[in-house]
Design a protein around this ligand. Structure first.
Ligand code: C5P
Length: 305
């Protein structure tokens, strides 16, 4: 048996081997609930998580503010997101600093390069301590497979002191309760519209392209995708109950939308099928970030009750 290492993620998707999406040769998950009636809890696998465990606070700020926010939210929030700006300035040390405070960390670097380079990058990201990482699905299947292999190699190196056989299946929960890092495909950036896509040679509408890339990410063995809340329901049906669907563009009822144009409330995003929500400024720029986080959690709890 694998001993349970300290810091076992509590809020990661609780997936059993049986609950993991079974990939067919065509890449369509067996039992994909294509015909699932409206209102069926297609993301029921994530329902055992508390609302707080499903919120990822995006730290789009400098290191000192990030650390201050992490300290303020300790004991309430479970996940933090480090993006390119913070990571490229501070390096992997910022991930280690946040992990030391007991957080799970989504390192959102949107990897995209030749497979060899992406394999190494994914390994390095996991070695930094990341519990979740993102990869551009438009880099193709081989590149995403390389990312998955790199992430697994990083995980093995990080946990080489731990006894036991490490599952190669990302969707499978480890006997220790520790999950392998969650790998997410980036489909179409929300900043891309049909005209911008056409200008770079993609003659598809954005939602068809999202579907195509989400399925490719799934076939390549990634754990899930990052998507707008407005695509969450379609993707939940496409990818099945075990996929991670992480949605930014989330705004509590009545708050400013900032520069986000396609927004949903936290409750609506979860009900549409999101497994996790990325929320930045409504928390980080609030006068009282702890109160803002708690208010979002209770808004979700009231809605789900
Ligand atoms: O402050 P806000 O809640 O808008 O932050 C959303 C976070 O999600 C930011 O870190 C942003 O980079 C990220 N994101 C996004 N839209 C996407 C992909 C990522 O807003 N399509």
């Amino acid at each position: 048996m694998i001993s349970t290492p300290a810091g076992t993620p509590q809020g990661a998707p609780q997936r059993t081997p049986q609950g993991a999406p079974q990939r067919t040769p065509q890449g369509t998950p067996q039992g994909t609930p294509q015909g699932t009636p409206q209102g069926t809890p297609e993301n029921a696998l994530f329902a055992s998580l508390t609302p707080a465990e499903r919120i990822i606070v995006a730290l789009d700020c400098g290191a000192s503010q990030a650390i201050a926010l992490a300290e303020a939210l300790q004991g309430q929030a479970h996940w933090l997101k480090v993006g390119m700006t913070l990571f490229y300035r501070e390096g992997p040390g910022i991930v280690a600093a946040l992990k030391e405070k007991g957080y799970k960390v989504f390192v959102d670097l949107k990897l995209h390069d030749i497979p060899h380079q992406v394999r190494g990058a994914a390994k390095s990201v996991v070695l930094s301590g990341a519990d979740m990482l993102s990869i551009h699905a438009s880099g193709g299947r081989a590149m995403m497979e390389a990312a998955r292999e790199g992430a697994l190699a990083g995980y093995r190196e990080l946990h080489k002191g731990v006894d036991g056989i490490i599952s190669e299946d990302f969707a499978e929960q480890m006997p220790s309760g520790r999950l392998l890092p969650i790998t997410l495909g980036i489909t179409v950036l929300t900043s891309m519209d049909t005209q911008t896509m056409a200008s770079v040679g993609i003659d598809a509408d954005a939602s068809a392209q999202v579907r195509r890339l989400a399925l490719l990410a799934h076939e390549a063995g990634l754990s899930g995708v990052v998507a707008s809340p407005l695509e969450a329901q379609m993707l939940r049906r496409l990818l099945g109950p075990g996929a991670a669907i992480v949605t930014p563009g989330v705004r509590p009822a009545g708050s400013s939308t900032d520069d986000q144009s396609r927004v949903a409330t936290p409750l609506a995003a979860l009900e549409a099928g999101a497994s996790h929500l990325v929320i930045g400024r409504p928390i980080t720029e609030a006068d009282d970030p702890v109160l803002a986080f708690a208010t979002i959690v209770s808004e979700i709890e009231r809605g789900l009750a």
